[in-house]
Design a protein around this ligand. Structure first.
Ligand SMILES: C[S@@+](CC[C@H](N)C(=O)[O-])C[C@H]1O[C@@H](n2cnc3c(N)ncnc32)[C@H](O)[C@@H]1O
Length: 351
């Protein structure tokens, strides 16, 4: 009975998030067409049949999310975990930030970054306003709005999609079941504001967690979110995922969520190669990113609209890329992949 009530509460919460996301995008698109018509993206209409398929996949995602919690992979309380009050307080800031986003979009200005920025620490491909985001990934302002913006973009499914890395991660770590759980090191590559680390902490309360990202501001935000947890604070490290400051074979598992589509092809391969280097033999890499043309051809209009509406310079290349081939080229074996709504999750083992 308690389970049925919790499940209903979860489904209702997700429907509420979805409604907020859809309404927000509808209103903001209309406003942009009215106030900044030159900047308004020309997106393609999504046909009713495709909308139906998306809704079915949305429901399947929520069902899997619930089932995996019920199986004990993570506590059901994680399904309700979000900084609700903080997001409510920040929501007006998302609107206040929009006019500058529209201006950048209409002027096709994708290099509008903080003036005092020391750029030499970052690769060229990183120094742009991904998603037309104010300051790119390079300010506290950007980091403070990012999570809420992503939840709105995904109609409240960002966290359920991130959680899909947990099952292959926990299964992959069984290779080290003869070791104490406290000795296992799990690295989240491109951790951003640490939302994936928060999910991993709930599934692996004893493991040593590490998060790496290029953005000092996003790591500061991750520190804020993660220090609210009663458990040990993950180690947060600033660095480039192409050449990580970790010793060869020093991690038993790696996750990497929503990074690959923001990298040029060469950097994508470099990241996968460095993940291979940092993993101990027997360790698992779990990647999550956008679905691609080969696995989800019916969703092509949605992928295309994403690229049209947001500044995502490497997305078109990414959706046609062969990630399995890249994993194989790096040396991985046992490659598996499955899709959950708009997210594809790969897991692979270092032999
Ligand atoms: C779309 S966000 C995803 C963040 C996080 N994983 C999540 O699920 O929200 C991409 C992240 O990748 C980081 N990033 C981009 N290129 C990187 C690189 N070469 N090395 C490390 N981090 C990088 C950005 O700073 C940003 O935090």
């Amino acid at each position: 009975m308690a389970d049925a009530v919790t499940k209903l509460a979860y489904q209702t919460l997700q429907q509420g998030k979805s409604l907020v996301g859809v309404a927000h995008k509808e209103v903001s698109t209309r406003l942009m067409e009215l106030l900044a018509p030159k900047g308004a993206p020309r997106t393609r209409p999504v046909q009713p049949q495709l909308l139906g398929e998306l809704q079915a996949c949305h429901q399947q995602l929520l069902d899997v999310d619930w089932q995996e919690a019920e199986q004990g992979l993570y506590p059901t309380s994680l399904l309700f975990d979000a900084p609700w009050l903080d997001w409510a307080a920040r929501y007006p800031l998302v609107w206040l930030d929009m006019p500058s986003t529209w201006t950048r979009r209409s002027q096709r200005n994708v290099q509008d970054l903080p003036r005092d920025l020391e750029t030499s620490a970052f690769p060229d491909y990183y120094l742009q306003n991904f998603h037309h985001q104010t300051d790119g990934y390079l300010s506290d302002h950007s980091a403070s709005l990012y999570d809420l913006q992503v939840e709105i973009l995904f109609n409240g499914t960002a966290e359920p999609m991130r959680r899909r890395v947990l099952k292959p991660l926990v299964q992959g770590l069984r290779a080290f079941s003869d070791r104490p759980a406290t000795s296992l090191r799990v690295l989240d590559v491109a951790t951003g504001t640490g939302r994936t680390l928060r999910q991993i902490r709930a599934a692996l309360p004893q493991a040593q967690l590490v998060g790496l990202d290029l953005s000092p501001a996003y790591l500061r935000q991750a520190n804020r979110w993660l220090s609210q947890l009663p458990s040990e604070l993950p180690q947060l490290v600033q660095g480039n995922a192409e050449a990580m400051p970790f010793a060869e074979g020093s991690m038993q598992a790696l996750t990497c969520v929503f990074l690959l589509h923001e990298l040029p092809a060469e950097a994508r391969q470099n990241v996968i190669n460095d993940c291979f280097r940092v993993l101990e033999p027997g360790g698992v890499l779990v990647l999550a990113d956008s679905v691609q043309l080969a696995d989800s051809p019916a969703f092509e209009p949605v992928m295309d609209n994403f690229r049209r509406a947001f500044h995502e310079p490497y997305y078109r290349d990414y959706i046609g890329d062969d990630i399995d081939a890249r994993l194989t080229a790096a040396g991985f074996s046992g490659i598996r992949a499955e899709s959950h709504l708009m997210t594809r999750v790969w897991s692979a083992t270092k032999p």
